[in-house]
Design a protein around this ligand. Sequence first.
Ligand SMILES: NC(=O)c1ccc[n+]([C@@H]2O[C@H](COP(=O)([O-])OP(=O)(O)OC[C@H]3O[C@@H](n4cnc5c(N)ncnc54)[C@H](O)[C@@H]3O)[C@@H](O)[C@H]2O)c1
Length: 467
Amino acid sequence: MEATVVMGRRVGPGKTLELCLSIQCSKPRCTRLQAPAAASAAATPKSTGLINPAVCIEISLCNFSMKKKKKQQLQQKQTKKDTGVWTGLGWGKGAAAEGRRWWRRRIQAPRSKSILCSSSVSVAELSGEDGDDIANVMFEPMFEANPSDISIKRTSKITVVGVGNVGMACAQTILTQDLTDELALVDILPDKLRGEMLDLQHAAAFLPRAKIVAHTDYAITAESDICIVTAGARQREGESRLTLVERNVSFFKQIIPQLAKYSPNAILLIIANPVDALTYVSRRLSGFPTNRVIGSGTNLDSSRFRWILADRLEVNAQNVHGYIVGEHGDSSVPLWSSVNVAGVPLLQLLQNKGIHYGKHTQEEIHRMVVDGAYEVIKLKGYTSWAIGYSVASLVKSLLRDQRRIHPVSVCAKGFYGIEDEVYLSLPAELGRSGIIGILNIPLSNEETQRLQQSANALAQIQRKLDI
Ligand SMILES: NC(=O)c1ccc[n+]([C@@H]2O[C@H](COP(=O)([O-])OP(=O)(O)OC[C@H]3O[C@@H](n4cnc5c(N)ncnc54)[C@H](O)[C@@H]3O)[C@@H](O)[C@H]2O)c1
């Protein structure tokens, strides 16, 4: 007969206890072990301690093939807990689990004086072969509770494709803001992927609880609520976002169909550049309805805009309301006519006060917004933190059904005289179903004209795409 200790815990120097929680026997018949005998039988390489000989344990294992009557007898015996006898039915995990439960009840019972259980037993000291075993010894099942091994449906799951600078900034911001129960990371670089996953997992003691998984296989993304796509080439210094398009479309042909396959009800949130063109590509490749395909668009540009104004006004940027719409890029349009500070129209107030805030100043500020990303890329090589926060803000509005207005890349057909199925940013209401509606924001004639020019520029690019 072979007996192997597969689970154990230590209870202090000189009083070490190794629990024989699962004993595998080569004989397909009932076997009975006395504790001291079990101690020697259990002295296998997996055993790290000794059974306290002061405790008499009797463990009986029996095969499912035994006759029903015999089983019933054994079940009756099982109730005799005070005698220190446990009988498990079967050889498999079920029997072992039952044995563990019996043990936990026993070692925590007041009459089990001879066993000293340290409350400081750490997970690292437990030598279970799988995670289930370790979890099982840490907690007691409640009286008449349902079995605890029911798999729990997690309430929210987010996938991030691409674990580069932007992907990881998104991941860490989402985790720190407690926006998801499960985070799935996908990339084509397995080592980088695993490294990033472990690095985040190691922060578990400082973060809200979330399951973090990572793989090159898209199967791990299954049933995601939101799929964030940051994968792709990034801009080189001085490179226009639009020159990136061909390179990134080929990546998207691999990525989007996989996401659509495993998460057919997800919202796709596109970040990779050129974000407007790639949001259009994602819609075409996924076949998802337009409300569930969103590009981060000018959400970040608008934050830059608000920050510049807030900095000049020495006020909190959250009280400065203003949108950049159109392309996330050179042809974007600042909506000066609707900029306000806590509801006070900025340009009108300045005019009333006799302060000249003319076209030149406005264009200068817009140029700072557009060049903002280029400046950061020139200085540090890439942008990450601001886009991470921008994406987390979008995720929060979507998953938590916040109904906040964000300027994001949407299908603009039918708005402001745009006739093409072109993707560009408009202020949109976001909720759990994705885009709920487009804000009917009054534009000046000039703003409408510039928006249409931006749409034409993007439509031309879209037409050239090979999808
Ligand atoms: N929308 C915005 O406001 C905004 C802001 C910043 C950056 N971006 C864009 O985000 C993208 C990512 O930037 P980054 O700095 O993180 O780049 P990065 O090079 O650091 O990371 C890209 C990651 O994508 C992975 N990848 C490449 N091809 C892949 C594929 N087929 N499948 C899965 N993973 C793949 C790479 O291995 C890499 O880990 C760029 O396109 C950049 O221009 C957008």
